[in-house]
Design a protein around this ligand. Structure first.
Ligand SMILES: *Cc1c(COP(=O)(O)O)cnc(C)c1O
Length: 438
C-alpha cells in the first residue's frame, strides 16, 4: 500500500472527534483495510487526494456525479445561485424547474423534494401507509433503501459490507410489519400476498438492485411486482435513488416500465438529481401524492427541502444529461466491462460481471449468475481486498467494498480508461492469488 501520510493524519484527527472517523460507515475502508483516502479536489473523471496523488474515480460520490466532478456549467450555476442567497424557507423557482424536469422525464405526476434518499423512502412508506390505511410493507433482502428503521431489515450497502446482522436501536416492533423476501423470487412474493394481501400497504424494491453488487431484476419481474400490488390494493414503490437519471434519462423505468407499459405508484429519487448536493425526491400518482400535507392529512416537511442551491445543481446536471451524455455513459461502461473481462479471464479465476444498464459490479469466485442476496453473499468477497488496493496503488479509486456498484461518468475519457486498463491486469492477478488470510 502506498503511504498517504496526509490522509493518515486527517484520519487520526477525525477518529478523535467522530465515530470511526467518518460520517458514513463504508467510507472507513473496514472491508478492504488501510487508511481511507481524504480527497481534496475533483475534476471530470479524476480525484486528487490531500497527499497530491491523482485517481480515476469509479465511485462518483456513490452515484451523483453523472457528469464527473466540478462540471464548469454546474459550478457556475451553483455560484450564481449562492450569490442570490442560500436558503429562503419559501418556495423558489429552481425547485419548480427541477420538479418539472423530473415529471417530464419519468412516470411521476407529482413530486415532493427532500434532502436525502433515506428521507425519500421513509416518506414514501409513510404516505403509502397513510393512503392505504395498512401497516405491512414488503422489501427484498439485499436491497438498501437508506437507513430508515423499518427498512434496515436484511439491507444491503454498508449493512452487508460491515456484516451487521441487524441494527441495535431499531425496536423489534418497528420491523415487525416488514416482510423480507428473496429478490427475484416470484413464488415468495405470491405467497406473502396470499397470506397478508389485505394488510400490505406497499412493496418497495430497488428498480435494479445495486447495493448488494449489481443484481438486475429478471425480465418482467418489476412488471409482475407492479401487477401483484395492484391486484391486492397495495402500492408499488420503485426505489430509483441509485438508478434514477443514471441508466437512462427516465431511470430504470426507461429500461423496463416504459416498454412494458406499467408505472410505479410511487418512486424515489436522489443521488444524480442533486448534482452532488443534498437533494432527493419522492413522487408518483397524483391521487396518492395529494394525500400529503397541506392538501391531505399525511404530514411530511423539511427546513431545507427544495433548497435553491441543491435544486439548481440538480437541474443543471439533468439539463446537461442529454442523449449524447447517456450514450457516452453506456459506451464508457461497456468499454470498462470489457477491460475487466480482459484482465480477469487469463487468470482462470471464476467471476461473474453483472450489469443493469451502465451500472455494473463483479462477483468474485462464483460461476453462476447472482440473482439474490444469498448468491451475492456466497461470493469470495475477500478477493476484493487485494484487488482494491492494487487498483488504488495504480491510481484508480474503486468502491471500498465488493458489495457496491462501480459508477462511471460522462467525463471518463480515453486518458481515464487507459489508466484503468494499465491497472487492471496486476490487480486481477492479485485477486486470483489471494487467500482468505491475505
Ligand atoms: C443511496 C440509496 C438510498 C439512500 O440515499 P441517501 O441519500 O444515502 O440517504 C436509498 N435507496 C437506494 C437504492 C440507494 O442507492
Amino acid at each position: 500500500m502506498t503511504p498517504t501520510p496526509a490522509s493518515q493524519q486527517l484520519f487520526d484527527r477525525a477518529r478523535a472527534v467522530s465515530p470511526g472517523g467518518v460520517n458514513s460507515p463504508v467510507r472507513a475502508f473496514r472491508a478492504v483495510g488501510g487508511t481511507p483516502i481524504f480527497m481534496a479536489s475533483g475534476r471530470g473523471a479524476w480525484l486528487t487526494d490531500v497527499d497530491g496523488r491523482r485517481y480515476v474515480d469509479l465511485v462518483g460520490s456513490w452515484g451523483p456525479m453523472l457528469l464527473g466532478h466540478a462540471h464548469p456549467e454546474v459550478i457556475a450555476a451553483v455560484g450564481e445561485a449562492a450569490a442570490r442567497g442560500t436558503s429562503f424557507g419559501t418556495p423558489s423557482e429552481p425547485e419548480v424547474l427541477l420538479a418539472e424536469e423530473i415529471v417530464d422525464r419519468t412516470s411521476a405526476e407529482s413530486v415532493r423534494m427532500v434532502s436525502s434518499g433515506t428521507e425519500a423512502t421513509m416518506s414514501a412508506i409513510r404516505l403509502a401507509r397513510g393512503f392505504t390505511g395498512r401497516n405491512k410493507i414488503v422489501k427484498f433482502a439485499g436491497c438498501y433503501h437508506g437507513h430508515v428503521d423499518a427498512l434496515l431489515a436484511q439491507a444491503g450497502s454498508g449493512v452487508v459490507t460491515l456484516g451487521l446482522p441487524e441494527t441495535p436501536g431499531v425496536p423489534a416492533h418497528v420491523t415487525a410489519d416488514t416482510i423480507v423476501l428473496p429478490y427475484n423470487d416470484r413464488a415468495a412474493v405470491e405467497a406473502a400476498f396470499a397470506e397478508h394481501g389485505d394488510q400490505i400497504a406497499c412493496l418497495i424494491t430497488e428498480a435494479a438492485a445495486g447495493n448488494m453488487g449489481v443484481v438486475p431484476p429478471e425480465p418482467g419481474f418489476n412488471q409482475f411486482l407492479s401487477q401483484i400490488c395492484a391486484q391486492n390494493g397495495a402500492l408499488f414503490i420503485s426505489d430509483e435513488v441509485m438508478t434514477g437519471f443514471r441508466v437512462t434519462r427516465a431511470g430504470h423505468w426507461g429500461l423496463d416500465g416504459q416498454r412494458e407499459g406499467w408505472t410505479p405508484d410511487l418512486v424515489t429519487y436522489g443521488k444524480v438529481m442533486g448534482g452532488g448536493f443534498p437533494a432527493a425526491a419522492f413522487g408518483g400518482r397524483r391521487d396518492v401524492m395529494e394525500q400529503l400535507a397541506p392538501v391531505g392529512p399525511v404530514y411530511q416537511a423539511g427546513t431545507l427541502s427544495g433548497n435553491p442551491i441543491a435544486t439548481t445543481a440538480g437541474l443543471t446536471t439533468l439539463r446537461l444529461a442529454d442523449a449524447a451524455a447517456y450514450e457516452r455513459l453506456d459506451a464508457v461502461s461497456a468499454q470498462l466491462q470489457s477491460l475487466v473481462r480482459d484482465a480477469l479471464d487469463p487468470t482462470g479465476l471464476p467471476y461473474v460481471l453483472q450489469n443493469a444498464g451502465n451500472m455494473f459490479s463483479v462477483f468474485w469466485g462464483v460461476d453462476a449468475p447472482v440473482t439474490d442476496f444469498a448468491g451475492a453473499q456466497a461470493q469470495e468477497a475477500w478477493r476484493y481486498k487485494p484487488f482494491f488496493h492494487a487498483m488504488l496503488d495504480a491510481g484508480v479509486y474503486l468502491p471500498p467494498s465488493a458489495f457496491e456498484c462501480w459508477f462511471v461518468s460522462a467525463a471518463h475519457d480515453e486518458e481515464a480508461l487507459s489508466r484503468i486498463a494499465e491497472a487492471l491486469p496486476g490487480a486481477a492477478r492479485a485477486a486470483a492469488q489471494a487467500t482468505t488470510e491475505s
